[in-house]
Design a protein around this ligand. Structure first.
Ligand code: ZN
Ligand code: FE
Length: 254
């Protein structure tokens, strides 16, 4: 058994607290800030054991040092970003494993948004913490890596089981769905998802986590190799990679 608490931070970031209920071992994923995390730990009488960082961007590591100072936790993050993750203790690389109590995490390197980006996947708990690689109906901007890396990182995530619950770094669903609809305006599933998303947001709720199985069907980026989607976009002669590049470029200026 485990519990996950979502803390909204900055303008649209999500910080997560994972608690293994049997042992009370606790981790914080991508602390954008320290204060909200420390307040929550205090309120819940939790002792923080670890920080998990997916990548080095400030809106994911901004709380690292202050939280470490106050809680004495250990910080796990990508080996490739060793120099850029404040306070890192345990560097992680592809296929490393880490147990948080009963939750077994496997690490995947998913470059593209940044060159060192990793995600934390748990098969037994059906969890994926993917930072800024996959968002609901979207994907991260390609800052340091290449489009080729981003597409292959998304394929790696797409190969995970449909039942996986995805916890991403930002609440971007609303603008992503508007973009997805601009490509595929008549898509009934997208239109009904838009309604659901608007209802959630209007009631001050989050659209994250989301189900990977649904995402495989609706996320335009994950359908870059879908022949009928390519045809609808008018790019049926494009390779999967070229289709991904095309969609990414359109989104960058959307
Ligand atoms: Zn980022
Ligand atoms: Fe971010």
């Amino acid at each position: 058994m485990f519990e996950i608490i979502q803390i909204p931070a900055l303008s649209d970031n999500y910080i997560y607290i994972i608690i293994d209920k049997k042992t009370n071992i606790t981790a914080c994923v991508d602390p954008a800030v320290s204060k909200a995390v420390l307040v929550l730990l205090e309120k819940k009488k939790l002792k923080l054991n670890y920080i998990f960082n997916t990548h080095h961007h400030h809106d994911h590591v901004g709380g690292n040092l202050e939280i470490k100072k106050k809680t004495n936790c250990k910080i796990l993050g990508p080996e490739k970003d060793y120099e850029r993750i404040p306070g890192i203790d345990i560097p992680l690389k592809n296929n490393d494993e880490f147990d948080l109590g009963d939750i077994n995490f496997k690490i995947f390197e998913v470059p593209g948004h940044t060159s060192g980006h990793i995600c934390f996947y748990s098969e037994n708990a059906k969890l994926l913490f993917c930072g800024d690689v996959l968002f609901s109906l979207g994907c991260g901007r390609v800052f340091e890596g290449t489009n080729e890396q981003m597409w292959s990182s998304l394929l790696k995530i797409r190969s995970l089981p449909d039942r996986t619950n995805v916890y991403c770094g930002h609440e971007y669903t609303k603008s992503n769905i508007l973009f997805a609809l601009s490509l595929d305006p008549e898509n009934k599933k997208l239109l009904s998802k838009k309604n659901d998303v608007e209802n959630l947001l209007q009631n001050g709720k989050s659209t994250v986590p989301f189900n990977l199985g649904i995402e495989k069907k609706l996320n335009p980026f994950l359908n870059s190799d879908n022949r009928s989607f390519q045809k609808m976009l008018g790019v049926s002669d494009y390779s999967s990679q070229k289709t991904f590049n095309y969609i990414r470029k359109k989104k960058d200026i959307f």
